[in-house]
Design a protein around this ligand. Structure first.
Ligand code: UD1
Ligand code: CA
Length: 453
């Protein structure tokens, strides 16, 4: 079995993005461009691809360093020069798959087909091509049947050559030995004064080596991201791809146009997504959950049968058959157990809410642990911050917190205890006790009539 490696070229600056961020770190469906490419490679079973970095190397390395082997290209002298930097790392490798870090829509199946053809035909090089309506900006492919004759860059092409619609996607398979030999021959003699990787093919042909083209049926895969416009175009394409995938997996999406699902999200069959729903990060949603309308979930886990509407939640767990919203805000560290009710204008942060407990309206619960079957009245506030540190509140099972209670932390409310409406509670309350903290009510009979006289 021939040994394969992969090289991703990503040292360029990406000037047309007009950004302080290296191009390959710009996000598509919530994931940096380069990670889309790396995921496609992982789909082929190639471990730790080589990645050529230059501009913004530290930032990119921080993001992907753990899954790749970084090769430095200090000066960006062209794609040919980029690949030269990788040669010392290709000892003992027979074939190499070469890609660009800015082509996030390439699919693993397409790479696999390219690779199979390359092996089956025992080709020295195989080039992935595509037919584009508007080939502007890409290298054009000149070929005889499947045999490649030449790739000419737009800037070096004649008027005639520019009319060719078949383009070089910038994705290739090479036999490493042949590549080494040819890279040693190329010269920066072209309109851009760069070492073009695409110049290796003339040397292959001089030596009578076989160079094939393989055309993908889906020209979308060829899209390279060079500008923010292309980024938005790719986002729209990928959004559709993701929505169609989940619908095929049994998810109901009532309005695909207003539903956004990032690449890292996992859904289950019989989930329903209502309009204006955005699912981000590592969000997981189980069977029979109904999410939306107007929900933003970022890295949340939503268990079976929960319902969430008009809500923003981040790093939160929503228990089975729990009901959240409308207008709730669940911040990181919120954990709702089974059948919890969180209603309108409730904010919860870093808190555990036990099974069957209810926080139906107008409350702030922070740094709290709430037992099972607790009822929290409207307007209840955990006063968790004294201006210096955060303190926690514990509320026992079946406690009843009266409306408008201030719970001044650190504080423990015992199981089955009750707080009178409007109380500001500052000291612990034992199990089954009632605490009332408010002044006596004064009633002056007939007072208004006397005053008017
Ligand atoms: C390249 C191809 C072109 C093809 C197109 C597909 C060449 C000469 N041309 O053109 O035929 O149609 O891709 O998108 O190869 N890079 C480095 N170091 C460098 C230069 C580039 O790592 O010194 C990286 C870039 O970061 C980028 C990739 O190589 O990820 C491609 O470079 P880019 O300058 O975008 O090439 P194109 O002009 O698009
Ligand atoms: Ca490009």
């Amino acid at each position: 079995m021939p040994v394969w490696a992969s090289v991703v070229m990503a040292a360029g600056k990406g000037s047309r993005m007009k950004s302080k961020l290296p191009k390959v770190l710009h996000k598509l469906a919530g994931k940096p461009l380069i990670e889309h490419v790396l995921d496609a490679i992982t789909g082929l079973g190639i471990e730790r691809p080589l990645v050529i970095l230059g501009h913004g190397r530290e930032l990119v390395e921080e993001k992907i360093g753990s899954r790749v082997q970084v090769v430095m290209q200090a000066e960006q002298l062209g794609t040919g020069h980029a690949l030269m930097q990788a040669l010392p790392y290709l000892k003992g490798v027979d074939n190499v798959l070469v890609l660009s870090g800015d082509q996030p829509l390439l699919q693993a199946e397409t790479l696999q087909a390219l690779w199979r053809l390359h092996e089956a035909e025992d080709s020295s090089a195989t080039v992935l091509t595509a037919m584009l309506h508007d080939p502007c900006g890409y290298g054009r492919v000149i070929k005889d049947k499947n045999q490649l004759l030449k790739i000419v860059e737009e800037k070096d092409a004649t008027v005639e050559e520019r009319r060719i619609q078949e383009i070089n996607t910038g994705t290739y398979c090479f036999k490493v030995n042949a590549l080494k030999e040819a890279l040693a021959q190329i010269k920066p003699q072209n309109a851009q004064g760069e070492y073009y990787l695409t110049d290796v093919f003339s040397h292959f042909l001089e030596k009578g080596k076989k160079v094939l083209t393989f055309r993908t049926d889906d020209p979308i895969e060829a899209i390279g991201i060079n500008s923010r416009r292309q980024l938005a175009e790719a986002e729209a394409i990928l959004k559709d791809r993701i929505l169609r995938y989940w619908m095929d997996e049994g998810v109901t999406i009532t309005d695909p146009a207003s539903t956004f699902i990032e690449a890292g999200v996992k859904l289950t069959q019989d989930v329903t997504l209502l309009p204006f729903t955005m699912l981000r990060g590592a969000t997981r949603i189980e069977e029979d959950a109904v999410i939306g309308p107007h929900v933003l979930l970022d890295s949340c886990t939503c268990h079976q049968g929960c319902q969430i509407s008009h809500t923003v939640a981040r790093d939160a767990v929503i228990g089975p058959a729990s009901n959240v919203g409308p207008f709730a805000y669940l911040r990181p560290g919120t954990h709702l157990e089974e059948k919890v009710k969180v209603g309108d204008f409730v904010e919860i942060k870093n808190s555990f809410i036990g099974k069957g407990s209810k926080i139906p309206h107008l409350s702030y619960i922070g740094d709290a642990s709430v037992g099972n079957s607790v009822n929290i009245g409207a307007g209840t506030i955990t006063c968790n911050y004294d201006g210096v540190s955060k303190h926690s509140t514990r509320i026992g099972d079946q406690a009843f917190i009266g409306s408008n209670t201030n719970l001044v932390a650190p504080l423990e409310i015992g199981a089955g205890a009750m707080t009178g409406a409007g109380s500001t509670v500052t000291r612990n309350v034992p199990d089954h006790a009632l605490v009332v903290e408010r002044s006596q009510q004064v009633v002056k009979e007939n007072w208004q009539n006397r005053r008017k006289k």
